[in-house]
Write a protein that binds this ligand. Structure first.
Ligand code: UDP
Length: 327
């Protein structure tokens, strides 16, 4: 059976991707340092503990499994932290990815699926973003992801490394069967923080900024269900295996939700009030990030089925109430 090396397979999105890969008939090999991941989340294939900065370890794993492709999720992903600790982001996300890409090329593993982000686009005047929108990241997280996109373009040209780049909008929800779910340490994302605040597991949610140029003054984001997102990755993998070449796809739904709208939906879905206070803007946040492209739908045949705000919050709420790796 064909192996796929999944970096960050013990993390939120990576673990859901492993489940989807297994269901599609591949063997996902998780490579994860467990700095932010959970060993309990590695349920769908072998686990190799390792750090992307350790080239020798990467070479061992490529030699052991001879994967047909890499899915590269492992990264630091907090916008706020990237502004205060940019070195962490350049070292882990850029130097780590370069190591991985070089190890893949050395092992003649020339199919590469990369998790990028809408944060590579940066602040743009209230436009919907498509794959041709100019990339002007305003935080170190987005800049680090853009740098890896550029590395892949160069390795594609030099060595024929075919790559599918997915620029994610805001990923939410969890496995409806509850085998894996969203769990960050520390948690910084809106939906899990909201649910923890409802339960009294943390103080009230702070809404970061209420003076943005949006109808209700809070930031607008495009949320996509993690199961839909990883389905796109399996389609992206097949695209590469069919020899269709390198391509960039946005993964969002085209619907924007403000922070206040997400809170209101949560109140409806959970039948509980999110306690919140209004606070200052968080450094590095863009006003609005909404995907305006249906390229993934038309070219990959991607059909999101769970990406309504209600379903995302309901799936996250179920996981929040029943499952956690550190119990
Ligand atoms: N947000 C917030 N309070 C929080 C966490 C997030 O108001 O405690 C806002 C954040 O400013 C952004 C949106 O919620 O507008 C989504 O943030 P998140 O960190 O979930 O994802 P990001 O957009 O940074 O990838």
């Amino acid at each position: 059976m064909d192996h796929v090396l999944v970096t960050g397979g013990a993390g939120y999105i990576g673990s859901h991707a492993c489940k989807a890969l297994k269901r599609a008939g591949f063997v996902p090999v998780t490579f994860d340092s467990l700095v932010t991941g959970w060993e309990d989340a590695v349920k769908f294939g072998p686990f190799e503990k390792g750090d992307l900065l350790d080239r020798q370890r990467l070479d061992e794993v490529f030699a052991k499994y001879q994967p047909i492709a890499v899915m590269h999720f492992a990264a630091l992903s907090q916008v706020g932290e990237s502004m205060s600790e940019p070195g962490l982001y350049w070292r882990n996300n850029v130097a780590g990815s370069l190591n991985l890409i070089e190890a893949a090329a050395a092992a003649s593993c020339m199919n590469f699926v990369f998790s990028s982000t809408c944060a590579t686009y940066g602040e743009q005047d209230n436009v919907v973003l498509d794959e041709n929108s100019v990339q002007r990241p305003i935080n170190a997280y987005g800049a680090s992801k853009k740098a890896v996109e550029d590395i892949l373009a160069n390795f594609g040209a030099a060595f024929g490394m075919d790559h599918v780049i997915f620029r994610y909008f805001n990923v939410a929800g969890g496995d409806p069967e509850g085998e894996v779910g969203e769990h960050h340490r520390p948690e910084t994302h809106l939906i899990p923080i909201m649910l923890e605040a409802i339960d009294g597991k943390r103080p009230a949610l702070t809404v970061f900024g209420t003076d943005y140029d949006t109808p209700d003054g809070t930031c607008i984001r495009d949320y996509v269900h993690v199961c839909d997102l990883v389905d796109a990755h399996v389609l992206g993998l097949r695209w590469l295996l069919e020899g269709k070449g390198s391509r960039v796809f946005n993964l969002g739904t085209g619907d924007g939700f403000s922070v206040r709208e997400v809170i209101a939906q949560s109140n409806t879905v959970t039948n509980r009030e999110v306690p919140y206070v209004e606070g200052p803007r968080r450094p590095g946040d863009c006003t609005k990030l909404v995907s305006g492209s249906s390229r993934a739908e038309t070219e990959l045949g991607w059909t999101p089925t769970r990406s309504t705000m209600n379903t995302m919050i309901a799936d996250a709420w179920r996981w929040h109430q029943t499952g956690h790796y550190d119990k």
